[in-house]
Design a protein around this ligand. Structure first.
Ligand SMILES: Nc1ncnc2c1ncn2[C@@H]1O[C@H](COP(=O)(O)OP(=O)(O)OP(=O)(O)O)[C@@H](O)[C@H]1O
Length: 344
């Protein structure tokens, strides 16, 4: 069983510019958590603080009962028992795959080392590749060697910084599934950094959306998608449009497109906006409609219409048999969904 990680109000500044700002985060045993956020929001800096590569200027980091970092002391990276994997995999080019995996195995007999390397090669399905050099492997195979090396010495925690960004899109999601299985089989906790919500949904158990050096919200993908606590989180998890709305009762809001039923309870009253995602909207022809068709694409099974709704642009899928004309006026029907309501 691996230990729980806790970041308690950590802050870090580069040249007095706050990059991580009173950030708190918890990671449960065997959990894969994704730090997700736009470029420059402080994800890598947070990962470096966990790894011990930088020291936070304030705050405490704990791994299980051990304090890794506080005002008083800071455990150096080599004593944190964490495995790391970065975007370029950082394999040693002059070492074979087996030697790369064995690299971090200190204080073991030769026979035990060989056994552990063989176990790791089998785990990542590269049994036949131990004698090859990194340049003789595909990008995906190199990535699996990197994960084998990071896991070989049984770390308490695995830190992965954009590990899939160099992988071809066509094989990326198969690899994500493979590596998730390997990490789960080994019962290791992991923190994974990405700016891709698709990767986060596929790889992580929980997501922590970062914004301006803080965690905006932490939870499962479904919790964050259905109950975003802010517009930042709602927008980060998917496109949509804001439509003025007034709460009618706990299950309904009034919008310019009619009354919309919410599948989750709403606040008791209020005026504000609902954030409606494309799959909850349907287009209908309506010469008095408030929606203007801007362009359309046929993508095989359906059309994707780019429309303007109250000066916001959004792409809405529609069945192939439902065809609209360029510049046609349209209206929307909004299907019952877990309405995201933001009060004024
Ligand atoms: N060594 C450094 N010196 C000064 N500023 C830095 C340094 N490293 C990072 N920064 C700045 O700190 C901020 C956060 O950087 P960080 O790498 O943590 O972001 P990120 O969320 O991981 O971004 P990305 O997704 O682009 O990798 C950025 O504005 C970046 O320019």
């Amino acid at each position: 069983m691996t230990a729980q990680l806790e970041l308690d109000n950590i802050s870090f500044e580069y040249a007095e510019r706050a990059v991580v700002n009173n950030l708190s985060l918890t990671l449960a045993d065997d959990e894969i958590l994704c730090l997700l956020g736009a470029s420059g929001c402080g994800k890598t800096t947070t990962l470096k603080a966990i790894a011990g590569l930088i020291r936070p200027h304030r705050g405490v980091i704990r791994l299980g009962k051990e304090v890794l970092c506080s005002d008083q002391h800071c455990v150096p990276p080599q004593h944190r028992n964490m495995g790391m994997m970065f975007q370029d995999y950082a394999l040693f080019p002059h070492l074979t795959v087996a030697q790369n995996i064995a690299f971090g195995l200190k204080g073991m007999s030769k026979a035990n080392k060989q056994q552990r390397v063989a176990e790791m090669l089998a785990l990542v399905h590269l049994d036949e590749c131990g004698g090859r050099y990194p340049h003789q492997l595909s990008g995906g195979q190199q990535q699996r060697v990197a994960i084998a090396r990071a896991l070989a010495y049984k770390p308490s925690l695995l830190l992965l910084d954009e590990p899939f960004s160099n992988i071809d899109h066509q094989v990326r999601f198969q690899l994500i599934a493979d590596i998730r299985r390997i990490i789960k089989d080994q019962r290791v906790s992991a923190i994974f950094v990405t700016h891709s919500k698709e990767e986060a949904f596929a790889f992580a158990d929980t997501l922590a959306v970062m914004h301006n050096g803080q965690i905006a919200q932490q939870g499962t993908a479904k919790q964050l998608f259905q109950h975003p606590n802010s517009k930042v989180v709602a927008e980060f998890l998917g496109t949509g449009v804001y439509i003025d709305a007034t709460i009618v009762d706990a299950d309904h809001v009034q919008t310019p497109f009619g009354i919309v039923r919410s599948l989750q309870p709403l606040p008791s009253s209020g005026k504000g906006q609902v954030y409606v995602r494309p799959h909850d909207m349907q287009l209908i022809g309506d010469e008095h409609g408030e929606v203007t068709l801007l362009s359309q694409r046929f993508v095989g099974t359906e059309y994707v219409y780019r429309v303007s709704v109250f000066a916001q642009e959004v792409e809405i899928p529609a069945k192939a048999e439902q065809e609209f004309l360029p510049s046609q006026k349209l209206s929307l029907t909004i299907t019952p969904h877990s309405v995201n309501f933001f009060a004024d």
